[in-house]
Design a protein around this ligand. Structure first.
Ligand code: HEC
Length: 100
């Protein structure tokens, strides 16, 4: 981890599980495919965030990175996460990252 990681901003994670739990297959995976998986495909690039098991194992790190706007990196070439995308992914993690 580089010492001086530039943080663009921070966003608030939802504190309670939303009434309608975002669906991993229907909502979360497509967001990660669009915003993360141009890089996170696995060796030799950063580890995969492709399958449910990959994402579930990294859920807390993902929440930390997303609330600090650390991923996707500023120079990723992908667009930043929208508010709706952040709410969906962070809400899903607060619900316990279910395979739904
Ligand atoms: C431009 C390529 C790229 C994109 C796009 C990208 N990442 Fe990363 N990610 C990396 C690299 C490289 C590392 C490992 C080096 C590091 O820690 O900075 C990493 C590390 C991580 C880590 C490990 C913890 C950490 O901060 O070191 C997590 C969790 C993560 N990424 C989640 C995500 C999520 C979620 C997205 C999409 C919202 C995403 N990444 C998009 C390249 C990318």
């Amino acid at each position: 981890m580089p010492e001086a990681m530039p943080l663009r901003a921070t966003v608030a994670a939802p504190e309670t599980c939303p009434t309608v739990v975002p669906s991993f297959a229907g909502a979360i995976q497509p967001i990660l495919n669009a915003k993360c998986n141009n890089c996170h495909t696995g060796f030799p690039q950063p580890w995969a965030l492709m399958s449910y098991d990959d994402v579930q194992a990294w859920a807390l790190s993902i929440a930390v990175d997303l609330t600090h706007c650390a991923m996707p990196p500023a120079d990723a070439g992908t667009s930043n996460m929208t508010k709706a995308e952040l709410d969906a992914v962070l809400g899903w993690i607060v619900c316990g990252a279910p395979n739904n």
